[in-house]
Design a protein around this ligand. Structure first.
Ligand code: AMP
Length: 309
C-alpha cells in the first residue's frame, strides 16, 4: 500500500485476516513484492499485549505492508516448559493486530512449519547462546536453536525488508541480529523498547500466570533493575547488582540469574567502560518464569525515569 492510497482510504480497524499456509501467504505478498513495496514482519507467539502492539505500530509507521506471525513455536520450549499451557486467544489477537495496523497475520499449524521428518536447524554457536537463558542451568542453548530456526524460516517464508523484535527479550534480539548478519539475510532488524505496566512490570504473555500476590511480588524485578542501573550510573555496577539482589530478596525472589554483560557480545562486565551494558534477570515468581533487563548506555539518563514507570 503506498502512502497516498492510505491517505485516501483510511485503514479500517478490523481484525487482520489469518492465513494458514505458506502458499497463501506467498500469493498474498506477491503483488506487493512485485510493486516494490516494503514488507515489515513482527514475529509473535500471540496472546498480544501492548509490547507486541508497539512492534506492529512501528512496522506500520515504516513499511507498506505489515505481516504479524502468530505461532507458538514448539522447538523453543524445553521438556517440562509451558508449551501446553501457553496462553492463546487467536480471535482477540487478530482483532488487536488489525487495530494496531497489521495487514495480515500468518498463523500456521505446527505441521505447516515443521514438515514430518524436518531435520535442519539454524544455530548461532558459541558465547551468545550458552549464557543467561542459554545456560544449561537455565533454558539451555536448545532454546535459542528453536528461536533461530523458526525465525530463519519466517524470514524465508515472508521475505521481510524489516523485522521487529522487543528489547524485552534482549538476548534473543542479539542472537537474531547475529544470525541475520552471519547468514546474509537481506533484512534490517529493529529492536523496540520494553513496554511496561504502570508499576514497572515488563509486559509479557506469561504475566497471565501470575496470581494476585505474585503479580505484586513480580514488580521487584523492575525495581531491582532500576537499582542496578542507579548503582552503575553512580560508578559502582557491582554495588548496583548488590542492591538489585536485595530488592529481589525482600520480595522473596531467588533469581535464576542476575548478571551484567556487554550488550553486544554478552561477555561478563564488571563496570561501565564506554560500552552499553545489559543487566538481565530471570526468576520464577509463582508459576511464571519471568525475564527482564535494562540496557545501560555509558552516558544515558535512566531508562526507568519514564512517567509510566
Ligand atoms: P513473544 O510473543 O513473547 O514471542 O514476543 C514477540 C515479540 O514481542 C518479541 O520480539 C518480544 O521481544 C516482543 N515483546 C514481548 N514483550 C514485550 C514488551 N513488554 N515490550 C516490547 N516488546 C515485547
Amino acid at each position: 500500500m503506498n502512502s497516498n492510497l492510505l491517505l485516501d482510504n483510511p485503514r479500517p480497524t478490523v481484525a487482520a485476516p489469518a492465513l494458514r499456509t505458506k502458499a497463501e501467504l506467498r500469493s498474498a505478498l506477491a503483488d506487493a513484492r512485485r510493486a516494490g513495496q516494503t514488507i515489515g514482519l513482527v514475529p509473535t507467539m500471540g496472546y498480544l499485549h501492548e509490547g507486541h502492539l508497539s512492534l506492529i505500530r512501528a512496522a506500520r509507521a515504516e513499511c507498506d505492508l505489515v505481516v504479524m506471525s502468530l505461532f507458538v513455536n514448539p522447538t523453543q520450549f524445553g521438556p517440562g516448559e509451558d508449551l501446553d499451557r501457553y496462553p492463546r486467544d487467536e480471535e482477540r489477537d487478530l482483532r488487536l493486530a488489525g487495530e494496531a495496523g497489521a495487514d495480515l497475520v500468518f498463523a500456521p499449524p505446527v505441521e505447516e512449519v515443521y514438515a514430518p521428518g524436518a531435520s535442519t536447524v539454524v544455530e548461532v554457536t558459541g558465547s551468545l547462546t550458552g549464557v543467561l537463558d542459554g545456560d544449561p542451568q537455565s533454558r539451555g542453548p536448545e532454546h535459542f536453536r528453536g528461536v533461530t530456526t523458526v525465525v530463519a524460516k519466517l524470514f524465508n517464508i515472508v521475505g521481510p525488508d524489516v523485522a521487529y523484535f522487543g528489547q524485552k527479550d534482549a538476548q534473543q534480539a542479539v542472537v537474531i541480529r547475529r544470525m541475520a548478519r552471519d547468514l546474509d539475510f537481506p533484512v534490517r532488524i529493529e529492536v523496540m523498547p520494553t513496554v511496561r505496566e504502570a508499576d514497572g512490570l515488563a509486559m509479557s504473555s506469561r504475566n497471565a500466570y501470575l496470581e494476585p500476590a505474585d503479580r505484586e511480588r513480580a514488580t521487584a524485578l523492575s525495581r531491582a533493575l532500576a537499582a542496578a542501573e542507579r548503582g552503575a550510573c553512580a560508578g559502582s555496577l557491582s554495588g548496583g547488582l548488590g542492591a538489585a539482589r536485595r530488592e529481589l530478596e525482600e520480595a522473596g525472589i531467588e533469581p535464576e540469574y542476575l548478571e551484567a554483560r556487554d550488550a553486544e557480545t554478552l561477555e561478563p562486565v564488571e563496570a561501565l567502560e564506554g560500552r552499553p551494558v545489559l543487566v538481565a534477570v530471570a526468576a520464577r515468581v509463582g508459576s511464571a518464569r519471568l525475564i527482564d533487563n535494562v540496557l545501560i548506555q555509558p552516558s544515558s539518563n535512566s531508562n526507568f525515569d519514564s512517567p509510566n514507570f
